[in-house]
Design a protein around this ligand. Structure first.
Ligand SMILES: O=C(O)CCC(=O)C(=O)O
Length: 377
C-alpha cells in the first residue's frame, strides 16, 4: 500500500468524523463551546442575512390581527372575515389573539420543548432518524441528508395523527413532554378547525369539507435555534413556504422570523399571547392563487437562543389537493395542478426551497401567465 493512499484514506476518515459531528446538531456543537461558525454552516454571500440587513433591521412587521373573540361574535364576524381575507391575500400571514388556548398550557409547551433540547445528547440521539415517516424525528438543519450547507437549527418533529397511537412513540423525557404536547396538539387542532371554517367562509365556498379537515394531517415541529457566534454568516432556516393548509406558529419573545413582503425581508414582531398563522401551499392551491403561501426564513442571533413550535395542519395525507371548483370560472381559470403528499416527499428529498411544480401551465391565458410569474417570484 503506497504512502499516498494511506494519507488519503486518513484524510477521508477525518472528514467523515467532522461531518458526523455536524449531524449531531447545532446544540451538540454549542455544548462543545465553539467560538466561530464552522464552514459547513457558512452560506454563499448572496444567501446571507446581511444582504438587505439594514432595511430588515429598520423594518419590523406588525401582522394583521385576527381577534377570535370578535370572529365568534355574530355582530363582528363579517368584518373579521374581511380582515382575514385581506391578510391572506396581501401577506399570507396574520396573528391570532384571544385564540382560547390557555396561556399556562402555551408556556408549559414552550418550556417542555426547550427542555427537550437541554437533555444530554445521549437522550436526544434516541430519536434521530433519517426516516421522514417516523412518528418522532429529531434532526438538524432542514434536510440533513441532502443539505450541502447546514442551517443553524435543530428540530423535534412529532406526528400528531392518530394521536393515541403515535403518543407512545413520542419522547418519554422530559417526563411531562407527552402530556403537555398532547394537550397542546389537541388545542391546536381545534383552533385550526375554527380558522379553516373562517377561511372557507371568507372564500365564499361551502364548509362541506370540514369533516375531512377533522381527519387531516397534523405535524408539530419544535424548532431550536441556539445562540450563534457569527449570525451574519448563516440562517436558522432558508427561505421556504409551508406545504400544508395552515401553519400555527408559537414563537417565544426572541426576534427571528422574517417574512417576504414586497420583495423585502421584514421581521415579524413577537406579540405576547398571540399565535402567528400562515397560509400554506395547499391553501394557495385550494384558493386557486387568491391566498398566498409566502416565503419566510429565520435569522439567528448571538445573544439568546430561540424556540418556536410550528403546527402544520392540512387535509388527510392521501387526499388530492385541487383548486376549489367554486373558485374556478371562465374568467378565473384553474391555475394549479392537483397535488398530493407524495409530491411533498419528493420535494423534501430535493432540497429546493420553492421549486414546487403544481402550477398548471397547460391552461393559461396571457393574463394568468403574468399572475403566475408574480407567484413564482
Ligand atoms: O421558527 C420560526 O419562526 C419559523 C419556523 C418555520 O418556518 C417552520 O418550522 O417551517
Amino acid at each position: 500500500m503506497g504512502m499516498d493512499f494511506v494519507v488519503e484514506v486518513k484524510k477521508v476518515e477525518e472528514e467523515e468524523e467532522v461531518e458526523s459531528k455536524y449531524l449531531k446538531g447545532v446544540r451538540y456543537l454549542c455544548e462543545n463551546n465553539i467560538t466561530r461558525v464552522p464552514n459547513k454552516y457558512i452560506l454563499p454571500l448572496a444567501s446571507r442575512p446581511e444582504k438587505g440587513r439594514k432595511a430588515a433591521a429598520a423594518q419590523t412587521l406588525k401582522l394583521p390581527v385576527i381577534d377570535l373573540a370578535k370572529l365568534r361574535s355574530p355582530g363582528c364576524r363579517l368584518q373579521v372575515l374581511e380582515t382575514l381575507a385581506k391578510a391572506c391575500e396581501n401577506y399570507g400571514f396574520f396573528q391570532v389573539v384571544n385564540h382560547g388556548i390557555d396561556g399556562e398550557l402555551v408556556s408549559r409547551m414552550a418550556s417542555v420543548g426547550k427542555r427537550f433540547f437541554e437533555l444530554p445528547f445521549e437522550e436526544r440521539v434516541k430519536y434521530m432518524t433519517s426516516d421522514v415517516r417516523a412518528p418522532v424525528r429529531c434532526g438538524t438543519s432542514v434536510n440533513q441528508v441532502v443539505d450541502s450547507v447546514f442551517y443553524w437549527r435543530d428540530f423535534l418533529k412529532l406526528t400528531c395523527r392518530p394521536l393515541e397511537s403515535v403518543l407512545p412513540h413520542w419522547p418519554s423525557s422530559p417526563m411531562d413532554l407527552r402530556e403537555e404536547a398532547k394537550s397542546y396538539a389537541e388545542r391546536s387542532k381545534s383552533l385550526f378547525l375554527e380558522l379553516v371554517e373562517a377561511i372557507l367562509d371568507s372564500l365564499g365556498v361551502g364548509t362541506g369539507m370540514l369533516p375531512e379537515f377533522e381527519d387531516g394531517s397534523h405535524l408539530m415541529v419544535v424548532n431550536c435555534y441556539p445562540r450563534c457566534p457569527e449570525p451574519n454568516l448563516t440562517l436558522g432556516m432558508p427561505p421556504h413556504s409551508d406545504y400544508g393548509f395552515l401553519t400555527l406558529l408559537l414563537q417565544d419573545d426572541v426576534h427571528g422570523l422574517q417574512v417576504q413582503c414586497e420583495g423585502e425581508w421584514v421581521t415579524v414582531e413577537p406579540v405576547p399571547d398571540s399565535l402567528v398563522v400562515n397560509v400554506g401551499d395547499h391553501l394557495e392551491i385550494f384558493s386557486n392563487g387568491r391566498y398566498k403561501s409566502v416565503l419566510h426564513r429565520v435569522l439567528v442571533n448571538s445573544i439568546k437562543s430561540r424556540i418556536s413550535i410550528a403546527s402544520l395542519h392540512s387535509l388527510p395525507v392521501d387526499r388530492m389537493v385541487s383548486p376549489s371548483p367554486e373558485l374556478i370560472s371562465e374568467s378565473n381559470p384553474r391555475l394549479y395542478k392537483d397535488t398530493d403528499f407524495a409530491a411533498f416527499l419528493d420535494y423534501m428529498s430535493s432540497c429546493e426551497t420553492k421549486q414546487k411544480n403544481f402550477l398548471d401551465t397547460r391552461k393559461l391565458t396571457h393574463e394568468n401567465k403574468r399572475n403566475i410569474k408574480s407567484l413564482e417570484e
